[in-house]
Design a protein around this ligand. Structure first.
Ligand code: ADP
Ligand code: MG
Length: 708
């Protein structure tokens, strides 16, 4: 039976039980786990030289013959092997020394032919390699090669020397894998080689074959042991395409399905919307108006709306969402806003409550701690759940059994914290409500396509005109004195200040402690001020009290953890001091900074950090000082951290991304997207034999084959 990728490692005779154990401990279970492991990097060891041509400092692969071997002792014991000499066509000699590698003594002996790879150094006039990589060659084969090199000049390529040549560790481009405890890198490399050798030539890839003209078996070989760097690139591209294709296929599937799904036609009279717009002290920006119109058109169409609303912090997404919700209520249904956290749900609720003051609409809050109804309340309590209303709540309280009846619009705030699967729960159940997804953070274009390719997109690409300028400055915490003087002057001018406590992940309690000690510090500096404290361990009521006091300008300074990151809106706050700024993520810093510059006053974001130029953490701070544009920052964040970290792959619907580097490649994503759409166009039921594996991809959400 030929080897397959799904074979378990247990069944393999080429592994000792100790090795099997080490591999299991490193989560390698199957042949595929090993062969689909991407080398961390490659070392080009192709440059092959005879000893006679080596010079001090050079790194090369060298075919040699051992004429003596034994232990030596200088300051420490080492194993020394002398090679070349009479067996070398030029009589040249080389010393090989291994320190702390006693097993080498068991492997090497006089008379052997080796290929060694390492850096040559001259000690006392003798050419030496310290701890070179090596492999033992079959005798005739090696002799053949040594001669050929001698005849062919200095650089005959070793790897083409003879038909029996098998060089794994030297004389070729060599893969370097991440370390596995209990198994040496050489042994792992050899294992990969041996497994590859046992694979059938006609091996098919798991799932759908995205590039049938480039045999999968060959691509695997090129991934691990490329003959040329170009082959490696080609292989990585093939695997990356397969990955992009998977995510794009899911997206295309969802898009196709949602396009076929009928929603309800919502005819609106615009009464509530007009009332709201007339009561606002400002006008919608033209970008906001355009987005509202796009949403209105979707809601009026018989197709279910699936739209993404993107916009920078402070661009007025929430207001657009409220407009959409009013349109929905006017058409006689319920509109729900689903927030990722309780604090945000409450904030939206309070916000809406203010904006809708005096209007005859029912507004309800549902979180695990609070249920509240304001506005119109029906006389007959039985009627309560059927009357049109605006509903704000957390996710857990608004789906499945709690799902509101007569839901015509679901607005999902901060989609990427939920992941695609949860969105589906709203999209595809019950009466097919229209769905509007709001992202709190702008995301890079390639990711928009990857994650939200199934959605129509509205972008608010303009900030309201009344916004004050924001100056961002990077300061060393040693210069606190001048910062304090500056803070005083802003406080005297009547402005308010946020102080963000250092970021402490994983522990709410320690984060609270950090915030409390930050509070103590500032109480010492500004004894005459009342200073508020906001952190994640406060109860909703306590948070409410703190926020109300700050909003009402009763407290002038607010010490806070990242809970102020989203949604908090106090236009009079003009200064934000961020401690240990380099420990925050770039997008997170941008979100934090979005809390200031919300009124007409000039604002200042001061990033405290002792990261020096060139140090990790410094670059993102420089990006932040350079630009206020959230989309630009998202691209930079993506470039600096990669997609997995930006979105958290587990939740993002990206699955296990191995070839993440390629997710930044627009062309690849477009190609995958086109391929996916073409397949679904030609074979919507996935009935062709080559398409059957694709059913797996969409299985969790699929109802293919049942009906159109
Ligand atoms: P986002 O959700 O995009 O961060 P919000 O909707 O919370 O932005 O709006 C931020 C602030 O700007 C709120 O106080 C909101 O009332 C105000 N705002 C929204 N649209 C406008 C506008 N067109 N002109 C002036 N202020 C606006
Ligand atoms: Mg908002």
């Amino acid at each position: 039976m030929p080897l397959t990728l799904t074979d378990n490692l247990e069944g393999l005779s080429l592994l000792s039980s100790r090795e099997l154990h080490a591999l299991h401990a490193a989560s390698f279970r199957t042949v595929g786990d090993i062969l689909l492991q991407i080398p961390r990097r490659y070392e080009d060891r192709r440059s092959t030289k005879p000893i006679a041509s080596l010079v001090n400092g050079e790194t090369a692969s060298v075919p040699v013959h051992v004429y003596s071997a034994g232990w030596r002792f200088a300051r420490t014991r080492y194993y020394e092997v002398s090679v070349g000499g009479e067996n070398d066509p030029y009589g040249a000699r080389l010393l090989l020394r291994w320190f702390n590698m006693p097993y080498v003594a068991k492997l090497l002996a006089t008379g052997m032919n080796l290929s060694v790879y390492g850096k040559v150094r001259e000690f006392g006039g003798k050419l030496t390699m310290i701890n070179p990589d090596f492999e033992i060659m079959e005798e005739e084969d090696a002799g053949y090669r040594l001669q050929e090199i001698a005849m062919g000049g200095m650089e005959a390529p070793l790897r083409e020397a003879g038909p029996e040549t098998v060089l794994i560790h030297t004389g070729r481009i060599v893969p370097i894998y991440r370390g596995i405890s209990g198994m040496g890198v050489r042994r792992f490399r050899q294992l990969v080689w041996e497994l590859l050798a046992e694979l059938p030539v006609q091996l098919t890839p798991p799932g759908y074959d995205v590039a049938p003209t480039y045999p999968f078996r060959e691509a695997l070989q090129d991934l691990h042991f490329p003959a040329e760097p170009e082959n490696n690139r080609k292989a990585r591209l093939r695997f990356a395409l397969a990955e992009c294709f998977e995510s794009q296929f899911r997206v295309a599937w969802r898009r196709r399905r949602s396009q076929g799904r009928m929603g309800r036609v919502n005819v609106t009279t615009d009464g509530y919307l007009q009332e709201l717009l007339e009561s606002l002290p400002f006008r919608l920006t033209s970008a906001q108006t355009r987005c509202v119109e796009e949403i209105r058109a979707d809601m009026a169409s018989p197709r279910q709306m699936n739209r993404l609303l993107q916009g920078d912090v402070g661009s007025g997404k929430t207001l657009v969402a409220l407009c959409a919700m009013l349109l929905a209520v006017e058409s006689g249904g319920t509109a729900a806003l689903i927030a990722p956290t309780q604090i945000l749900a409450e904030q939206h609720f309070n916000n809406f409550n203010r904006l809708l003051a005096g209007m005859d609409v029912r507004l309800s809050l549902r979180t695990s701690d609070r249920a509240e109804d304001v506005g119109y309340v029906p006389d007959n309590p039985d009627e309560a759940d059927d009357t049109p209303r605006l509903l704000v709540g957390t996710h857990a309280l608004l789906y499945r059994k709690n799902r509101p009846r007569n839901l015509v619009l679901a607005v999902v705030d901060e989609q990427h914290k939920f992941g695609v699967a949860q969105r589906e729960q709203f999209v595809s159940s019950g009466e097919n409500p229209d769905v509007l997804v709001m992202t709190a953070t702008p995301i890079p274009r390639t990711l928009t396509l990857t994650l939200y390719g199934d959605l129509d997109v509205s972008v608010i690409d303009e900030l309201p005109a009344n916004r004050g300028e924001i100056i961002t400055a990077l300061r060393n915490p040693n210069h606190m004195k001048r910062i304090i003087t500056f803070m005083k002057s802003e406080l005297e001018a009547g402005r308010q200040i946020y102080i963000v406590a250092p970021l402490i992940e994983e522990s709410d309690t320690r984060e609270q402690a950090a915030a409390v000690s930050e509070l103590e510090k500032w109480r010492g500096i500004f004894p005459q001020e009342t200073i508020g404290l906001l952190h994640g361990r406060l109860s909703p009521e306590e948070k409410d009290v703190v926020m109300s006091a700050f909003r009402a300008n009763d407290t002038h300074i607010l010490v806070a953890t990242t809970v102020v990151e989203v949604g908090v809106d106090v236009p009079n706050a003009t200064v934000m001091i961020i401690n240990d700024a380099d420990s925050f993520g770039l997008s997170q810093l941008h979100q934090l900074r979005g809390r200031i510059g919300r009124g007409q006053h000039k604002s200042y974001c001061i990033l405290l950090s002792d990261a020096k130029p060139g140090e990790p953490g410094r670059e993102k701070l420089e990006v932040l000082c350079r630009t206020l544009n959230g989309f630009e920052i998202a691209e930079e964040d993506f470039r600096l951290r990669g997609p997995g970290d930006v979105l958290g792959t587990a939740q993002s619907g990206l699955g296990a991304v191995r070839f993440a580097e390629w997710l930044t490649d627009m062309r690849l994503i477009h190609r995958a997207s086109r391929d996916a759409a073409a397949i679904l166009e030609a074979d919507p039921q996935l009935q062709q034999p080559t398409h059957i594996p694709l059913r797996e991809l969409v299985a969790p959400e699929a109802d293919y084959g049942v009906t159109a």
